[in-house]
Design a protein around this ligand. Structure first.
Ligand code: NDP
Length: 336
């Protein structure tokens, strides 16, 4: 069994000194357990936070442990009544080829219903994040303007499409021209702006003539600053992620801006609310029902970026943190 072990804590971008591939014996299932072979490993930005020491909303990975992560896996051997060899399940086995899991901790997938990889993307955690963050925290109303950052990514692409379904004007922000074209042409966003362009703020003004009612925050940094200058009264800001800061080792130069920022929150009567998708699981059945229907009816499209081979995981993860992915980042560890 091959595993990526967290060997040390990365100060900035993780590399092969921090995540090391090791060989371990293949585990054996006990009563009530299944032996699983990883087909797809999901790569997600939250994994960067799990490499850090210190308190967060979830416990970090310990040094010497297998890196955590969602997987779509095949049952190789079952000692659990509800599953048999050959079944495909959604599990959380981490960055490794084989793992045992309690049979009642995994969810059986139906490959006839949807490609099994979607259980890690549009039909999985990132899709659910978009659904609950936009609908329950963003509270979109028809005619409002929604801006979403990391617009072409796993979460952003779904946020924008749901906002369109709710009758909003949707403006994406992304870090590459081809990403921007894709979200407009394929997902039907009204506009998408490359935040790396010199005239990014001018383009944002043009794309949001009526200001911004909802900002779905995925990145932080300069995109957040630019949006804050353009929010309308009673704007809602679901704070989903801040990927521009995940590898930062110190605060940026410049004066403390907290006091003017809080002034703005007051004057604009803004609602800024951080959320973690797993706190909203009571909405998961609604999400599965709605998203399955939207995909079936062609109302929601999705893009996956699948790299081949277990050994590609670290490079692909670095790419995710640097914006090289095109859609939901997955590693194909074994054939499905
Ligand atoms: P994506 O598929 O969107 O991939 C990450 C993207 O972030 C990159 O492609 C890149 O796109 C963008 N990015 C990277 N660095 C920067 C930067 N310095 N400035 C601006 N953008 C940057 O990832 P996900 O859709 O999986 O995740 C999106 C966000 O949602 C993340 O912040 C993640 O942590 C958060 N999240 C939060 C959850 C929650 O429960 N709160 C659950 C799931 C995800 P580009 O080329 O456009 O810059």
């Amino acid at each position: 069994n091959q595993q990526y072990i967290l060997a040390s804590r990365p100060p900035g971008m993780p590399d092969e000194n921090h995540l090391v591939i090791k060989d371990a014996p293949r585990p054996k299932p006990e009563d009530g357990q299944v032996l699983l072979k990883t087909i797809y490993l999901s790569l997600d930005p939250y994994m960067r936070g799990r490499m850090n020491a210190g308190a967060s909303y979830a416990k970090g990975v310990e040094i010497g442990d297998v890196m955590t992560g969602g997987t779509v896996s095949e049952v190789v051997e079952s000692r659990y009544d509800g599953l048999k060899a050959g079944d495909v399940v959604l599990s959380h086995n981490g960055w490794q080829r084989y793992a045992v899991a309690p049979g009642d901790s995994v969810r059986k997938l139906d490959p006839a219903e949807a490609p099994v990889s979607t259980a890690l993307g549009v039909m999985g955690m990132p899709g659910f994040t978009a659904y609950v963050g936009l609908l329950d925290l963003g509270l979109p109303k028809s005619g409002e303007t929604v801006v979403v950052s990391a617009a072409s990514g796993a979460v952003g692409q779904v946020v924008g499409q749901i906002a369109k379904l709710k009758g909003c004007r949707v403006v994406g922000v992304a870090g590459a021209d081809d990403k921007c074209r894709h979200v407009v042409d394929t997902y039907g966003f009204d506009a998408c702006i490359n935040y790396k362009d010199d005239d990014f703020e001018t383009q944002l003004d043009r794309a949001c003539p009526d200001g911004i009612d909802i900002y779905f925050e995925n990145v932080g940094g300069k995109v957040f600053d630019a949006v804050m200058k353009r929010v309308n009264d009673f704007a809602r800001i679901p704070v989903c992620g801040r990927i521009a800061h995940y590898n930062q080792t110190s605060l940026p130069e410049g004066p403390d801006r907290l006091i003017p920022f809080m002034g703005k929150v007051l004057i604009k009567r803004m609602t800024i609310r951080g959320f973690i998708q797993s706190d909203h699981l009571e909405r998961h059945p609604d999400f599965l029902k709605d998203m399955a229907a939207w995909i079936r009816d062609g109302k929601v499209q999705y893009q996956e970026d699948i790299v081949e081979g277990f050994e590609s995981a670290l490079l692909a993860f670095q790419g995710l943190l640097e914006g090289r992915n095109r859609g939901k980042m997955l590693v194909r560890v074994a054939d499905d």
